[in-house]
Write a protein that binds this ligand. Structure first.
Ligand SMILES: [Fe+2]
Length: 399
């Protein structure tokens, strides 16, 4: 038995107008101050005014949201007692809204009660629904069942994953008007996050055919439209397809999870505060090389990557499988080069001294990450260390 979960998805230009038909008259809006300053919140509130909905704004979400901020949002939501919660923002905002929504519906629980086997949470949605409106194209937060919230432990802010199938938003409004204003670096970071969601969703140990279908289309769209958006950020058609691709990639990994590019990227991000997509996007080709070098012939990841290359038209159908699989890595690197995405960790400005000082912490954090058990080729301490080393120096993985 397997599952494929998804919100109701409304996409394309003017998707925001569907808010008129979503029940709920009293709306708690979760967002951040930057989106308010950029005028995106106004685009939403104008629609809420037009559709006769009352609203209250919670705009205190920070990047990599902290537990305390979530609890403040929860209290304000309880006090306002909405019948609809709307998240307008990137991954941090949507993740905050998911847990605020859950903690509002269940005022007697705490954050740690949000875990996969909590049967009580299946009643979520009695008081209100959650609408997610992503303003970036990549995190997939609008469709996933996880919320990443930081908690201060052992001297650092550690990312904690709160998971439950019911915290998937009720609706995702995927309207290209919102990512249209993303700055170039954010566009690249989030797009490579989406690419990692696709390729990791296809190769994780929880891979499945539904995820595969979504991921394959997402990869095709990212390779076609990211270079266009990188040249012309205001190309609304390309933005629309890239936005759809990010949601498809989210559906892929949201239903099959990710593997080591996320494991390594989460740890690197926790220690060096690098944007999630940038870290994950850098690790992606190194992790795929590591998978291709798997000496265990029972693992069929090479065959899978070879098939992906053929289905995307990157290799002929009669091409040798391993050669064809290597094409996927070559294509990822070519895309990085074409759009100006960094190739290695050194380019992020981390010194060798800082890297050496933190390598043991980085590796330990890998083993604490939920994705660390989903790689098709299990890595041990020495291999995680070497993966960091090769990604830092920009060397092809030969082990
Ligand atoms: Fe990600």
């Amino acid at each position: 038995m397997w599952f494929f979960y998804s919100p109701g998805i409304i996409h394309g230009e003017d998707a925001i107008d569907f808010l008129e038909f979503i029940p709920g008259e009293k709306v708690f809006v979760v967002t951040d101050k930057i989106l308010e300053e950029l005028g995106y919140l106004k685009k939403l509130t104008e629609k809420l005014d037009q559709f006769g909905k009352k609203y209250m704004i919670f705009n205190d979400v920070q990047p990599d949201p902290h537990e305390d901020d979530v609890l403040t949002g929860r209290q304000q939501c309880i006090d306002y007692a909405p019948d609809l919660v709307i998240a307008l923002g990137g991954g941090s905002v949507i993740d905050t809204a998911k847990v605020v929504w859950c903690l509002y519906e269940f005022p007697d629980i705490v954050l740690d009660d949000i875990y996969p086997f909590n049967a009580e949470l299946y009643k979520l949605g009695n008081k209100s629904k959650l609408v997610a409106i992503p303003t970036t194209s990549g995190t997939g937060a609008e469709i996933t069942n996880v919320s990443v919230i930081s908690r201060f432990l052992d001297g650092i802010w550690k990312k904690h994953f709160f998971l439950h199938k019911t915290i998937i938003p009720s609706y995702a409004i995927v309207d290209p008007i919102f990512p249209l204003g993303m700055p170039p670096k954010l566009t690249l970071d989030t797009a490579f996050d989406a690419l990692a969601h696709s390729l990791e969703g296809m190769t994780s140990l929880w891979k499945n055919e539904f995820s595969y279908a979504m991921a394959l289309k997402a990869i095709e769209l990212i390779f076609k439209y990211l270079p266009i958006v990188a040249k012309d950020s205001k190309d609304i058609e390309a933005r629309d397809y890239l936005h759809q691709a990010a949601t498809m990639a989210g559906l892929a990994f949201g239903n099959s999870q990710a593997q080591y590019a996320h494991t390594l990227g989460h740890s690197w991000g926790s220690v060096f505060h690098v944007p999630h997509g940038r870290a994950v996007g850098i690790f992606l080709p190194y992790v795929l090389q590591f998978c291709l070098n798997n000496p265990d012939e029972a693992d069929k990841t090479t065959d899978l990557l070879g098939k992906i290359a053929k289905q995307l038209g990157w290799a002929n159908w009669d091409e040798d499988t391993k050669k064809s699989a290597k094409t996927v890595i070559k294509k990822v690197k070519e895309l990085q080069k074409e759009v100006g995405f960094p190739f290695n960790l050194k380019e992020l400005g981390t010194t060798k001294e800082d890297y050496d000082k933190n390598i043991d912490v980085l590796v330990n954090l890998c083993f604490e990450d939920s994705t660390s058990v989903l790689g098709p080729r299990p890595a041990n301490t020495a291999e995680f260390k070497k993966l960091y080393e090769f990604a830092f120096e920009g060397k092809d993985v030969d082990f």
